[in-house]
Design a protein around this ligand. Structure first.
Ligand code: THU
Length: 136
């Protein structure tokens, strides 16, 4: 889903929270929502989508990322992540690598489950990453 925002972290987290309501997580019962913001201010959201063949499950972050890229947005500035577990949920390793393909300086905003947020960068979460530059 595409949304526009010029707001701060709260707005992006709210969009991730809204997306989380659409998670399909009948197996883990762990819902996740993500919202990716592009440089032009457009926002793309995603939720985790599980499958009876468990390994086919897709994380919320990659749903949001791939939706943005498929819409032509490759210059990404922020991602907000919210989960149903009442605490901070950071993007998994696979999602960090997928995000790195498009922005190593991405700001990562994680809902702390207490009404606030933990803010870090993708480079902090995935130091010395392998990426497009290595193949240049
Ligand atoms: N999940 C995400 O969507 N994002 C994360 O960062 C961690 C894990 C999903 C995958 C699966 O549907 C459920 O959470 C439990 O692993």
């Amino acid at each position: 889903m595409k949304r526009r925002t010029s707001g701060g972290h709260e707005k992006l987290l709210a969009l991730a929270r809204e997306a989380m309501t659409r998670a399909y997580a009948p197996y883990s019962r762990f819902s996740v929502g993500a919202a990716v913001e592009a440089q032009d201010g457009s926002v793309f959201t995603g939720a985790n989508v599980e499958n009876a063949s468990y390994g086919l499950t897709m994380c919320a972050e990659r749903v949001a990322l791939f939706t943005a890229v498929a819409a032509g947005k490759r210059r990404l500035t922020r991602i907000a992540v919210v989960s149903s577990n009442g605490g901070a949920t950071y993007p998994c390793g696979a999602c960090r690598q997928a995000l790195h393909e498009f922005s190593h300086e991405l700001e990562v905003i994680v809902d702390d489950g207490k009404g606030g947020a933990e803010i870090t960068t993708l480079s902090g979460l995935l130091p010395k990453a392998f990426g497009p530059a290595d193949l240049a």
